[in-house]
Design a protein around this ligand. Sequence first.
Ligand code: SF4
Length: 347
Amino acid sequence: MEFITEYTLEELKEKFKELGLEPYRAKQVFRWIYKKFITDFDKMTDLSKEHRKLLKEKFLFHPLEKIEKVEAPDAVKYLFRTKDNHIVETVLIKERDHYTLCVSSQIGCAVGCTFCATALDGLKRNLTTSEIVDQYIQVKQDLGEEKIRNVVFMGMGEPLANYENVRKAVEIFVSPEGIDLSKRRVTISTSGIIAQLRRMARDPFMREVNLAVSLNAVSQKKREELMPLTKTNTLEELMEVLKSFPLPKYRRITLEYVLIKGVNDSPRDAERLAKLIGRHKKRFKVNLIPFNPDPNLPYERPSLTDIMKFQKVLWKYGISNFVRFSKGVEVFGACGQLRARREHALK
Ligand code: SF4
């Protein structure tokens, strides 16, 4: 038995063909799953009894089991358990008139950012396509009629290190016969793995998806301290790749910058950031994310005054920037924190 949500529509048509079913049947099933979020073949009323029976023998629906839901005013955090007993977290963020879903792409992460709780236990494995897609399906089933307008790959893991499975999940998210999100409403947030960014740049499908890159430091030395994997993915090379990345019209790359008190939050850091961007101002915008304190991590959040001083420098250089307080502090909203706490509690 396999999970039906592992497949894009084209792949599902092939699978159905092997079972002696017409390709349009695949489309029907795909629409039940991703338009109506029905995950029970018996409820797919336009399929014959025989077809439902056949599909039930071949396919399963949920690779994840929902085990916990923690609500805060501006975010809901879901914890899921995989079949091999790992924990995956997903955060639903409430915006003014819509929702954004933050999905995980790996169990743990190999990048090892020192300010991130996901990094504490290293990388366990990649999530499959169906495990990524099931996060959306189960949250949507819980949410009912309300719309999830954006999907961001900003949960646990480095999405570009799980390129194939993430790509297939994105195909399902944007398929007109599926969830039908616009590509600009799907964001890949990466720590900046150069080889994978080059791959993305060569991939006409993936390069139309929104790109966010975790910068977090403006010197190679500091970046290596905060994000050990950047030793082999240098800042200089990263900026070079980003400055020539083939962007769709009117699209910008987001540079994510977690502001940590006394580490990377001085006006001099802001000056250096402006210098790194240089004359490519129109290509980038900067998201400043004040660090979300965590008892397992040795960092603090900067004061509001320091955050504003940092911003002021960027404005002086005409660099568009926003401060994003990571939502759901009450539900341990920073990347990996709830999972980490739960796993540490379980140990
Ligand atoms: S911040 Fe992101 S890239 Fe860095 S360790 Fe955490 S999950 Fe990995």
